[in-house]
Write a protein of this length. Structure first.
Lengths: 383, 377
């Protein structure tokens, strides 16, 4: 469903993504989840339909759209295969959008075209084994050594790690907590390797791994911006990440509603269709109302965001409320399908497993609570 | 009960930590059930403990049985469920069977050498079990079974199946219960279900194609099958509640341990109020639901009406297990989502408890029916 304020371009994007999801993502979602396989073929094709650089400058092949456009892609793809969508997010929002917003023209010219065409895959390195919620405390260090930087440390839970040609990497370059700097690191850089794959409950078609830096030699020109520049960029990109990842949850919620309506209309028990029982009607009515509510809320925040009404609170609020609500919806969707819902013949159990990640990735619910409360209280004391 | 408790639970805790835990992740991944582990549990006396000593049971009550299932479920819901279902069938044979049937079927089940399964659900009749379509047609000296049964716990690995089939009119009164052995001509296994959780316990379709069973295989009387099934499920509900309580206890233990070693922002995450609130709510809900389970078991052991409490125990304990295991994944964060830690498995295992032995929606229907009966007399 498109909302009244969608532009023609956004409506068209929605149509194209919906069709793509139906043809390229949905048919393989179950098998890829089971086998923990990445849909590389579909990823390359995302380049062909022009969404891999959804927010990037058209000069480099990007679509030049905003947060709203990116959210549309997330919802439509997420409805068919959330884990492929998560990999898409890591590429287009965590890597490409960051390069677009923070890198030099020269760096953009070098990296964006191939990332946007789908020839290259991108990832981002922020979390570390000991620094998850407390990401700013990261210990991966970059030290300037003449004509290059030497980077050492380990990044954890990195989406697309095993497939990435380019990593957008946050490092520590000073003793103060906020002394963070960013590098673009290419696959094959001496001293840079990928650690073991991480097996997960859900999002299994989206590869997750470790990035290991052992005195990796990174050229000076790969530093993004200036040393110590990164904290602000990092926080800013987390905002669009939190809005767009909530789009994946919205897609999952819609998929639950679609499947539940269909099943409640077909399945008969006690001589009636399930839809004729009030208990089932309650579930259907609640999950569809909540999904609609989330859609209006999310796109509204995305739209305002594009109009300049930004800030960490709005993004954190979206991320705190939507994924949590969708886990509940997905659990109810399994429940409505009973034994079938628990089996892998139906997609509901995958929806639930996939969505749980969205309460953890891009900042846990608990971190969202801290951000929202801290900022609101600060605003109050400053007013 | 106190001394029996430590006599029972001490060895069980040791067993689950030494024998089950080392393989549990791998077996979950490969959907691998180990019959030898089940048989070892049998040798320890756990596979038919509520049966009378005459049939090699321990003659214990459901209160002790629930303690055992709770403890076992901390390591593996799958083995706990296998025991729970097998014991449920044994109890039905003990209650409704004749002496010959008891002697024929019980010893190998009660000793844990073999497993029993319960076959009620069909593809078209889950919650609406009385609408089942598998038929048992009278023939010379017995019956011919035709039809198929879905989502059968221990399907394929069990030796004895308690099968509900239609011998008469439509509805509940036309259903009879039959004991069918694996290997009977005309009885085969359909596809094995691939599931979200409970992966170690095999769930499989049973297929009957003119499978002959003699008169001697009829349990209870003709037309009594549905009431036997409902009687079985009432007890099964208590045990599912106990298993859910074990799952919650393990999830809380893992969350607590992790919160005391994981440091973020310069302190253990346990020291954040957000985490303390979650842990306290998890523990309170979990203990409260366990008390309902224990009360249902006590009522049953004292031969008092227990159906309402059995349903409430199942409803509450499994809803709590779902919430608590979900929160445990949340507290462990990124690592909680990986298979390196057990909490994601606990969460996947919890969901099915809200579905089996009557979905939680069906529990509500039965509880309401009891409430109405209580007030109308």
């Amino acid at each position: 469903m498109s909302l009244w304020y969608f532009t023609e371009e956004e409506k068209e994007l929605q149509k194209v993504c919906r069709q793509f999801a139906r043809q390229e993502l949905a048919p393989r979602a179950e098998k890829l989840d089971h086998d923990e396989k990445f849909n590389l073929e579909a990823f390359r094709k995302m380049g062909e339909i022009g969404v891999l650089g959804i927010t990037a400058d058209p000069d480099f092949g990007g679509a030049g759209m905003g947060t709203l456009g990116a959210t549309i892609v997330m919802e439509e793809f997420g409805r068919a295969c959330a884990s492929s969508t998560l990999s898409y997010l890591a590429h287009s929002i965590l890597c490409v959008n960051n390069i677009q917003n923070n890198a030099s023209e020269k760096q953009k010219e070098k990296y964006l075209p191939k990332l946007i065409s789908g020839e290259h895959i991108g990832c981002m390195g922020m979390s570390e084994p000991e620094y998850g919620s407390d990401a700013v405390g990261m210990q991966t260090r970059a030290v300037k050594k003449g004509d290059h930087y030497e980077i050492s440390g380990t990044k954890m839970w990195i989406t697309n790690a095993q497939y990435a040609d380019v990593a957008y990497l946050y490092t520590r370059t000073g003793e103060e907590k906020k002394n963070l700097s960013t590098f673009i690191v290419e696959k094959g850089t001496p001293g840079f390797s990928v650690g073991k794959p991480i097996h997960k409950m859900g999002m299994r078609a989206s590869p997750t791994g470790e990035l290991v830096f052992d005195k990796a030699k990174v050229p000076l020109e790969n530093l993004v911006g200036k040393e110590g520049d990164s904290i602000y960029h990092m926080m800013k990109n987390l905002e669009i990440e939190r809005i767009t990842i909530s789009g994946i949850s919205l897609g999952i919620a819609q998929a639950c509603v679609d499947q539940c309506l269909k099943y409640a209309n077909e399945r008969k028990q006690f001589g009636k269709t399930l839809g004729q029982f009030q208990l089932i009607q309650k579930m259907l009515a609640e999950m569809s109302s909540e999904t609609d509510m989330m859609r209006h809320y999310l796109y509204n925040v995305a739209k305002e965001y594009d109009m300049g009404n930004k800030g960490p609170v709005k993004a954190a609020q979206v991320k705190l409320t939507i994924p949590k609500m969708v886990t509940k919806i997905a659990l109810d969707a399994i429940q409505l399908h009973g034994g079938y819902g628990y089996s892998r013949e139906f997609p509901l159990e995958r929806y639930m497993r996939d969505n749980k990640l969205n309460e953890i990735g891009a900042g846990t619910n608990e971190v969202m609570i801290m951000i929202i409360a801290k900022n609101l209280l600060q605003e109050l004391s400053h007013s | 009960m106190k001394s029996q408790y430590s006599e029972l639970i001490g060895p069980l805790t040791k067993f689950r930590k030494n024998k089950i835990d080392p393989h549990v992740e791998e077996d979950d991944k490969n959907e691998h059930f180990r019959l030898e582990l089940y048989q070892e549990l049998g040798a320890l006396g756990f596979c038919g403990m509520v049966l009378n000593e005459e049939f090699e049971g321990l003659g214990l009550g459901y209160q002790e049985f629930c303690e055992v299932l709770k403890e076992l479920a901390k390591s593996s819901v799958s083995y706990a469920v296998t025991i729970s279902v097998s014991t449920m069938v044994q109890a039905m044979i003990e209650k409704y069977g004749n002496q010959k049937q008891k002697l024929k079927y019980l010893p190998e089940l009660t000793s844990g050498q073999a497993i029993a399964a319960f076959a009620l659900s069909e593809a078209g009749s889950g919650s609406d079990a009385a609408a089942l379509k598998t038929t048992a047609t009278k023939t010379d000296g017995g019956y011919l079974l035709s039809g198929s049964k879905m989502w059968i716990t221990s399907g394929g690995v069990a030796e004895t199946y308690l099968v509900m089939a239609r011998t008469g009119e439509a509805g509940a009164k036309g259903i009879s219960a039959f004991l069918v052995k694996k290997g009977s001509p005309g009885f085969s296994f359909g596809k094995k279900e691939s599931k979200m959780g409970w992966k170690v316990s095999p769930t499989r379709e049973l297929v009957f194609e003119n499978c002959f069973v003699s008169e001697e295989n009829l349990l209870g009387s003709l037309g009594q099958g549905f009431s036997i099934a409902m009687d079985a499920l009432d007890r099964g509900r208590i045990t599912i509640g106990a298993i859910a309580a074990g799952l919650s206890a393990r999830a809380i233990e893992e969350s607590l341990k992790y919160s005391l070693i994981r440091k973020q922002f310069g302190q253990n995450i346990f020291d954040f109020q957000g985490i303390q609130f979650m842990l306290s709510e998890m523990e309170t809900e979990s203990q409260a639901s366990w008390l309902v389970v224990k009360e249902a078991a006590r009522l049953y052991d004292q031969h008092e009406p227990f159906q309402k409490f059995a349903c409430m125990a199942k409803l509450k304990a499994t809803d709590v297990a779902m919430k608590v295991t979900t929160d445990a994944v949340q507290i462990l964060g990124g690592v909680g989502y990986t298979t390196e830690y057990p909490v994601e498995r606990l969460m996947r295992d919890a969901k099915v408890l809200q579905i089996v032995e009557g979905t939680n929606q069906i529990q509500k229907v039965v509880i309401a029916r009891n409430l109405k009966k209580e007030i109308q007399g």
